[in-house]
Design a binder for this molecule. Structure first.
Ligand code: ZN
Length: 69
């Protein structure tokens, strides 16, 4: 299967529910960088294998600009 699926994830910064399109196998364990449309924080999203062939999204806030430190 190489179809793409939409997955919901929660922004860890503002708890806004976002949707990301994941192409299974091709996108597995490759990080994506997306800005949350609500709060604008940069997010790093890594699709990982979850239980029962479900994709488990690991979402963390990506601190890329030094201004926040
Ligand atoms: Zn957010």
């Amino acid at each position: 299967m190489n179809a793409s699926y939409e997955h919901e994830y929660l922004c860890p910064h503002c708890s806004h529910i976002n949707v990301i399109e994941i192409e299974t196998e091709k996108d597995m364990y490759r990080e994506k960088y997306i800005a949350c449309p609500r709060c604008g924080v940069k997010l790093e999203i890594v699709p990982a294998e979850g239980i029962e062939d479900r994709i488990n999204l690991v979402v963390t806030v990506a601190y890329t600009d030094a201004a926040s430190r």
